[in-house]
Ligand binder design. Structure first.
Ligand SMILES: Nc1ncnc2c1ncn2[C@@H]1O[C@H](COP(=O)(O)OP(=O)(O)OP(=O)(O)O)[C@@H](O)[C@H]1O
Ligand SMILES: [Mg+2]
Length: 301
């Protein structure tokens, strides 16, 4: 079994034994070649999650680098969604879930009492498997968050500001839609109900909602699994582009997709264990663990 973890300078730390015939020093040499693109945005240490008697995540530690795409893969039930929900405390909403351990966002513990969960979930946004736009206009879907957070003034202040406020809102809506690669498709339908968009457009709208509130991290749980290949390709291109500015963590069952879009990949296996975490090429071409090799080559899962 391996227990791989990277520190912030990109050096690997491992207590593993090799099944590939290489010495541990040789593997260490490979790993130390891997440099994060930047600092760790999220640092997860010794994370355990129980749902009653079910131990869903076991002692997971990993550092998620900023401005990159981290893929989480593994068979059904291994804890990927549970892990993702730990990163913005969505598990707080599940009464059976008990979370132990530490998650730091930019070096600040998110599991402390005084954390403002609304602010946390603004900074760490989430996109789900099924697109979930509000049953409102395309434009309102985008402006709802900034209004709620006070980034666009409403009520009396808005009336006093008059047109200037409307310009501000229009600009914000356009910017978010452009950055989510959706503007050209919806610019003439901004007042139409978002539920009339295609599934792929709805999913990009959900991503645009995160961008509109200036999320820094975007968590995606199988964001393309309900989409056709063309819509999937658009989401994949968008995810790759987003990584220039955002930290993206994406759960996927599609190994080719993980290989195409991610910089690093974490492999969880049954029992809620993080078995290997490394540069994506290494996971797919030369994983250290036999179990990971069997999984990525389709022998099980
Ligand atoms: N709300 C919940 N209440 C109780 N148990 C849960 C809950 N959510 C998940 N679990 C359990 O935790 C374990 C991990 O589930 P999780 O949904 O995180 O897996 P997953 O890797 O995302 O699976 P999938 O690929 O099927 O989405 C499973 O045993 C599951 O039954
Ligand atoms: Mg899941």
């Amino acid at each position: 079994m391996s227990n791989v973890k990277f520190n912030q300078s990109g050096e690997a730390q491992s207590t593993s034994t090799t099944t590939t015939g290489e010495t541990e020093e040789e593997i260490q040499d490979d790993w130390t070649d891997y440099q994060f693109k930047g600092e760790a945005k999220l640092s997860v240490s010794d994370l355990d999650v129980h749902y009653g008697a079910d131990h869903a995540l076991k002692g997971v530690s990993m550092e998620i680098p900023e401005e990159s795409v981290t893929a989480l893969i593994g068979p059904s039930g291994c804890g990927k969604s549970t892990f993702l929900r730990c990163l913005n405390r969505m598990n707080d909403r599940i009464s059976a879930a008990e979370v132990d351990g530490s998650v730091e966002l930019d070096g600040e513990e998110i599991y402390q009492d005084r954390v403002n969960l609304v602010e946390l979930r603004k900074r760490v946004g989430m996109v789900f498997q099924s697109p979930n736009p509000f049953p409102k206009s395309v434009k309102d879907n985008i402006s709802y968050g900034p209004r709620k957070h006070g980034d666009i003034k409403t009520g009396l202040v808005a009336q006093m500001l008059g047109r200037a406020n409307k310009d501000e809102e229009d600009e914000l809506v356009e910017r978010a839609l452009r950055n989510a690669a959706l503007w050209d498709e919806v610019k003439d339908r901004l007042d139409d109900n978002a539920l009339g968009l295609s599934g792929g457009q709805q999913q990009r709208l959900c991503i645009a909602r995160c961008l509109a509130v200036d999320s820094e991290v975007i968590l995606m749980d199988e964001p393309a699994s309900a989409l056709d290949p063309i819509a999937t390709a658009k989401i994949e291109d968008l995810v790759t582009d987003l990584a220039e500015k955002y930290t993206v963590v994406v759960v996927t069952h599609n190994m080719q997709q993980a290989a195409r879009i991610s910089d690093q990949t974490a492999v969880f296996l049954t029992g809620g264990e993080l078995v290997e975490y490394d540069k994506t090429e290494k996971i797919f071409e030369n994983p250290e663990s036999q179990r990971v090799e069997d999984y990525v080559s389709g022998k099980f899962g």
